[in-house]
Design a binder for this molecule. Sequence first.
Ligand code: PGA
Length: 252
Amino acid sequence: MRTKIIAGNWKMNTLFQEGVTLANNVLENTGAVASGTSLIFGVPFTHLKSIAEISAKHANVSVAAQNCYFETKGAFTGEVSAAMLKSAGCSHVILGHSERRQYFNESEAIIYKKVLATLYEKLKVIYCCGEPLEIREKNKHKEYVSEQLQGSILKLSEKQINNIVIAYEPIWAIGTGKTATTEEAQEMHAHIRSAIKAKFGATVAADISILYGGSVKSSNAKELFAQPDVDGGLVGGASLNAVEFAAIVNSI
Ligand code: PGA
């Protein structure tokens, strides 16, 4: 059964108290989150435990971290393990975000190791993929995303892939105000689903949630989410405004 998901990616925004207020305000503005639907707050590490506690009071609401390290513990100053995230009440970890790939040099091989470490702790992964503008302009976007998938999540077992949520985020649409058209989103989502089908079969492909990310707003959410292969969104900028984000949640 495919779950519809709206995940907010707060990135490195909000001080602790601001984050708590934001989460509370979002929840005040959304009705009960229906079963089969999931609302996830992707928050900074410092906010995880408190926002997990707030989320736990609401059905189908949970918390994601925005990164983790692939080692389980030890002398890795400044890093946070998947087990630590789990102990703070986290249910998901966002991995492979284009900002991590770009600013922190995360290769597909590193992302794959992080995916394995996260799954090992029985957390779910929101795996991000997506092409830069120059690749889209050369009409090579499908090949580019296929290669990303081949380097990580297509190497998983069938049991593991069931704990993956995919987020397609074309880099040219992230934080730019420029959203992919519904046709562009649907085309890539169908492509990703067919890659999952080719490797894991029709049932896994039908059940996996594929989110769209890149300038999702309340004004375009409904149309995007109405596409047959778009199962929700990973929302950056608009997730920092409680009323706007709640309107996106309510449009799924
Ligand atoms: P945006 O970010 O909604 O601000 O474009 C999306 C993301 O980076 O996950």
